[in-house]
Each structure stands twice: as C-alpha cells, then as structure tokens.
Design a binder for this molecule. Structure first.
Ligand code: CA
Length: 434
C-alpha cells in the first residue's frame, strides 16, 4: 500500500483534515474523562486509543509488539524499538482506517471507547524527556541576531563547521496549552552599571522544529552520520520561550541559562519520519565559499534527502483581540529549508564525542527564520530588539509579549500528488509573574 494510493479513510473527518488525515497518523499521550494518560493516534477529529485497541485484539505480530511498547502513558519504550516497529504499527493502522477496511464495523461499534473525540481529550507530554538540547541551525536567525550585535560579522567563525547547540532544561518542557508564567530575573537596564531584579520586560518566542530521539547509543559510541536518521523517532513543534533582557545580562561567557529554562512548549503529537517521507528534500547546496562539512558530518544520502519542506507559521492573539473577536495576527511564515545542518548531522555531532543519547531525548532545531521580513521566527528579529514595534488590527502595538498574549505555532507539509499533513498546534498564553 503506497502513500499516494490511499486517499480516503472511513473516519470522515480525516479526509481533507488540515493536520491529521489518514496519511499522518501521529502518536501522542492523552487522557479522556479523567483516565490515566494512555497512548493514542490522531486521525481527523478523533484519537484512536491504542491501549483499548490492543485489548480489543486489533493488533498482532510485529504491530502488536510495537503497540505493547506504547503502554503506560510514555512512548520511550516504543521510540527505543526503532523504525521497523513504527512501520509495522503504521501499516496496521492504515489497514484499520482505510476506506473499505473490513474492520470498520468492529471499530465503529465500540464508538468513543476506541475513538474518542480529540476535543474531549487532554494531551500530555508524549515521553519522559531525560535530556533536552537546543541547537542553532537556523542560519538566517543566526545572521539576523548576529547583525544586531556585530553588523559587519554576524556569524562567528565556528558556525559553518559546528552544529552549534547547548544543553537545555528538560524539567520545564510542557505540552501545548500550558500557560507561560512571565519569569523574574536579573536584568541590566540600559546605561546602568548594576542590575535590577524583577519581571522580564522583553519576553519573546522562538519558532523551532522539535526532534524526538528514538534508539540511543551506548556511552562512548558515536552514531555515524549514515545511521543517524534511523535514530530519530519523530518531530514536533517547539517554542523556546526566551527572556531577552535576562538573556542579554547572563549569556556571557557560557550561553543562555535562566532566560530559557522557565518553560519550553511543544506540540503534543509525534509526527513520524514515515509520515514526513514525501516532504523530504535535498539539503540546499552550501553557498560558494562555504566549507564542506567535516567527514563525520557528511553523508551523500543525507545531503540528497535529509532535509524537509515544512511550512512553519506563528500567530499572535492578544487579550484585546480575543475580546474583539479579531483573527490571530500572523507574525511569521517560514520553512525548515532554512536549516544549515540536517537533523542527521545534529545527531551525529551530538554523539561524536561519545555522549549518550536516549530514547525520548528531545532536540530543538534553533529558531527557523527566513531571510525576509515576514519570515522572522522571533520578536527580537521582527522588532529589531524592540526598536520597530509591530501594529495589530486591535490598535495595539508590540515590541515584546504582554500578559494575556497567546503564541500559536503551526506547521504544514504540502506536495503535489500527496495528501497535506500538519503537526497540530503548539500554543501558550503569557500569564503575569507570580
Ligand atoms: Ca532556541
């Protein structure tokens, strides 16, 4: 059964669904009516309850083994099983939900027990995240931010040799919908010699792709670049909320610390590598004069198809806009093609020194801005550090985020001859400091 031959599902809301048609089948962890968190698959407006389906005898063989590993409200053990298990589960899900499936009646007869409405479900983090690493591979963002500080020399000399990253904080990663409490911290007011302490005044978002690690590696062993893609379980959207005033004062010499660790929001559905297969593309050729990647970061197959064409969008909805029933304001329309390094290069680089990656680790790509106005993935870039406020249809202006502002990330993959898929939303509303 090829992806193109499947056009319709008997789940009516899946057909033409913006995010979750039959061709996507992302995994997540949900609860419904106060149940314990359990694993499920998004299809149209519904969530297919994998644990209930297992109990109903809908899986056997390799697919059953795969679904068994999703039990317990965390997908780590399933991620650890790797690609073959994912494919076995996906093949079976396609059989179950394709239009004309012989199991249509059996599934539908169980109604909401097997297919609750997504609107009735609460989403959780899909895995226990032991470690979180934030990269900086969005070269346009790196240049835009670099220009604010070093107009003549925006990129530091290591950028085109090293997939730059730092270790983030896993304990404060939260699923879409979790409020974002304005952090407090030290900042250095302009022209002052000593810092003050108080609520962040320059709260920002960062539009990033999240990367879920599947099979890990033993400490001391590196993951070769040619194998690296097989160590990725799937993808999500990630908002690396950033307190720019705290960041400016604290970041030298070791990089961001408390300016980033107060919360990181992710979209709760894990979009698999298999669902994204039609939207892979060649890594864009490096501009003339750029160095070739060192051999441990270079693989011909990865260069030929290791990048993605995923459209990324950021929307802002203020309290006043909600009260006036105004539509959300689009801040950013960008694309994953602005990644200077592929996800496989990130995995190879992260493990090259023997660092252990484990199933359920999460990477952020770094902010994925485009080169032009309208494509910038943070307010720092859009307002040039607060110098050029944006105007909203409500008459409000913004340099950075105010209390009550909600940021919504979306992603969409489209290609002629293929069903479009999306990631589901990553939302977060700013609430006052405590
Ligand atoms: Ca970031």
């Amino acid at each position: 059964m090829t992806q193109t031959s499947i056009t319709r599902s008997w789940v009516a809301s899946a057909n033409g669904h913006t995010d979750f048609p039959l061709q996507n089948l992302p995994l997540g962890v949900f609860s419904v009516n106060g149940s314990a968190p359990r694993s499920g698959v998004a299809i149209g407006e519904h969530v297919f309850d994998l644990e209930a389906a297992l109990d109903a005898g809908l899986f056997d063989g390799a697919a059953r083994t795969a679904v068994e590993a999703t039990r317990g409200g965390q997908l780590n053990a399933f991620f650890e099983l790797g690609r073959e298990a994912r494919v076995a589960m996906r093949e079976r899900l396609l059989e179950l939900f394709v239009e004309g499936s012989t199991l249509h009646g059996k599934i539908e007869a169980q109604g909401a027990r097997l297919l609750p409405l997504a609107a009735n479900c609460v989403m959780h983090l899909p895995a226990k995240i032991n470690d979180y690493t934030d990269f900086y591979v969005g070269i346009e963002h790196a240049q835009n931010v670099g220009k604010l500080f070093r107009p003549d020399n925006p990129l530091l000399p290591n950028y085109k040799y090293v997939p730059i990253g730092y270790h983030g904080r896993a304990s404060t990663i939260r699923p879409s919908g979790t409020d974002v409490r304005r952090p407090k911290g030290q900042t250095l007011p302009a022209g002052q010699a000593e810092p003050t302490f108080g609520p962040c005044a320059r709260l920002d978002y960062e539009l990033e792709l999240g990367i879920w690690i599947g099979q890990g590696n033993d400490m001391g062993d590196a993951i070769p670049i040619g194998d690296a893609a097989d160590h990725i379980a799937g993808f999500c959207l990630l908002n690396d909320w950033s307190a720019r005033d705290i960041q400016a004062w604290e970041y030298q010499p070791l990089g961001p610390f408390l300016s980033k660790s107060f919360i990181t929001s992710i979209s709760p559905w894990v979009v698999t590598a298999e669902a994204l297969q039609p939207f892979r593309r060649a890594q864009p050729a490096r501009p003339e004069g750029d160095p070739q990647p060192l051999p441990y970061l270079f693989d011909q197959r990865d260069q030929a198809g290791g990048a993605f064409d995923i459209e990324l969008e950021v929307l802002l909805l203020t309290e006043t806009m909600r009260e006036q029933n105004l539509p959300a304001h689009r801040l950013t329309l960008s694309n994953t093609k602005h990644m200077y390094w592929t996800v496989a290069q990130m995995v190879a680089h992260h493990s090259v020194n023997g660092c252990q990656l484990q199933a359920g680790d999460l990477f952020g790509s770094g902010t994925l801005s485009g080169p032009q106005s309208g494509q910038f993935g943070s307010l720092l870039e859009i307002t040039e550090g607060g110098k050029k406020p944006i105007e909203l249809a409500s008459g409000e202006v913004r340099k950075f985020l105010e209390d009550g502002d909600e940021i919504i990330l979306r992603a969409r993959c489209s290609r002629d001859g293929f069903a479009s898929i999306g990631f589901g939303e990553c939302r977060g509303k700013v609430v006052p400091t405590r």
